[in-house]
Design a binder for this molecule. Structure first.
Ligand SMILES: [Mn+2]
Length: 352
């Protein structure tokens, strides 16, 4: 039974920052779970210069480890491994030759600026190497075209495509797993036609604010399906709150409840929307925002306050007669809310 920890882009750039801590956490998880191999599927470094500066420190992280580390170059660190750079005795940069471990064979398709027929040819040429007497695993770094991911999901701006491939490129090959990197936003696994698996684990630490929610790696046993493993690493957490002026709820308490549940390593992106009835809750817009800010201090990357006090509208005769009509009608609670929402917006727009 061979256990593998598969991670995607870490984009290291500084010693001991939150990304570095994520790498250290992955090493600990690898030890605790007795994995045989850790695969890093591209963009371990943010830039080649970061690899240059951090290499001595990386050797320390990867020294005295009870597993092998396999790395393939990504589009951000494609030149970081050239010239026989040494990352540690248990670290292998997978470029041309396969890595054999018992009855498991791992091959890498390192990042290159190629696509279409060139890339397809490169993958299909692996047919000679991927013989069926072993479990075959392929590491790659690029964009899966079968899915409607946006460019931002890959953590890159601009229009350029990086090693774009389709699941069909792997057809006809003895592949049990494609372990991929480059896709940052979330864990995403699919089946290959031959029954094998294609997995993007998502970045193990948030690189930009687009990567929200607790991060994951793929920690699995060769022969079994891929497995999501939740990480306690730095990440952004979106907290969208919609206030309902018809409920007896205190907006500050609602925010408080969300922040009590916030992961200790998370930074929030808070959005407070909806309407409040300041008369009913005895708080002005200003009171609400300043009390919320007392709770969120130091815990948010962004705070958006889009709430409005509509106590004036709720006292409006037209609105009152409209809501009474709605109540007489046989609507679901949800439909009732929608109609009230429409009336509130109409009255606001009309400036009544
Ligand atoms: Mn990346």
């Amino acid at each position: 039974m061979v256990k593998i920890l598969h991670t995607a882009d870490i984009h290291l750039r500084e010693y001991k920052d939150e990304r570095w801590e994520a790498l250290e956490e992955l090493v600990e998880i690898g030890k605790r779970n007795k994995v045989a191999i850790v695969t890093i599927c591209g963009d371990l470094f943010d830039k080649d210069i970061d690899a240059e500066n951090l290499r001595p420190k990386i050797r320390e992280v990867f020294s005295n480890i009870p597993f092998k580390v396999l790395i393939i170059p990504g589009n951000h660190d494609a030149d970081s491994y050239k010239g026989g750079m040494y990352f540690g005795e248990d670290v292998f940069i997978l470029t041309n030759s396969p890595f054999e471990y018992g009855d498991v064979r791992i091959v890498g398709v390192p990042f290159e600026p190629i696509q279409g027929q060139n890339l397809l040819g490169k993958i299909r040429a692996l047919k000679e190497t991927l013989t069926p007497e072993k479990k075959n695993i392929l590491l790659c770094h690029g964009e899966l075209l079968d899915a409607f991911f946006s460019r931002a999901d890959f953590g890159d701006e601009g229009e350029e495509r990086y090693m774009p491939f389709k699941l069909s490129y792997f057809e006809g090959l003895n592949i049990d797993y494609v372990l991929a990197g480059h896709f940052h936003s979330k864990f995403d696994d699919r089946r290959l036609k031959n029954g094998g698996y294609f997995v993007y684990p998502g970045s193990p630490v948030s690189i930009t604010q687009r990567e929200t929610g607790q991060r994951k790696v793929n920690l699995f046993e060769v022969g079994s399906p891929p497995q999501e493993y939740l990480l306690d690493t730095f990440h952004y957490q979106a907290i969208p709150i919609k206030l309902d002026p018809f409920k007896e709820e205190n907006p500050v308490e609602i925010v408080q409840q969300h922040f009590e549940k916030l992961h200790p390593k998370a930074t929030a992106i808070l959005t407070v929307k909806g309407y409040v009835n300041s008369e009913k809750i005895q708080m002005t817009e200003q009171d609400i925002v300043s009390q919320i800010k007392g709770i969120t201090k130091g815990k948010c990357a962004e705070e958006h306050y889009e709430l409005s006090d509509i106590s004036r509208i709720l006292e409006n005769d037209l609105f009152k007669s409209f809501t009474n009509k709605v109540k007489e009608g046989d609507y679901t609670e949800e439909k009732e809310r929608q109609l009230q929402d429409i009336a509130i917006k109409a009255i606001m727009q009309a400036g009544l």
